[in-house]
Design a protein around this ligand. Sequence first.
Ligand code: AMP
Length: 126
Amino acid sequence: MAYEYDEENVFAKILRGEIPNDTVMETEHTLAFRDIRPQAPVHVLVIPKGKYVNFDHFAAEASAEELADFMRVVGEVARQMGVAPGEGGGGYRTISNAGVHGVQEVPHFHLHILGGRRLGRMLPAS
Ligand code: AMP
């Protein structure tokens, strides 16, 4: 796969402990922490600890264990944040930006979990 991982991206620095983060959950393969510029009352980022640039890189090259662990953490964070609809929460949205059209800023795969208010339409009409 034609992806080169930038070791100096901000999430790599978080994973190395070089800059702080507000951790929500951590497992062997996955870290979840609050977004530094929240766009909703709940705004958590979930990242794999492995060096994956974006969603398709992770989907193609991560082990089954990493993939399963990541997905379980996403679900658990939603429940922990009180937004999981199955548990009486108001719901949430997951977003993963990739590449130029996706307007991805940090080149380490991450999934945004947003909730705590009505989020409006998925994309602005254009
Ligand atoms: P994206 O456009 O999907 O790459 O979004 C990157 C996200 O990372 C943005 O929502 C930023 O607010 C967030 N972010 C950047 N630096 C940090 C940091 N040090 N701690 C937590 N979140 C961060």
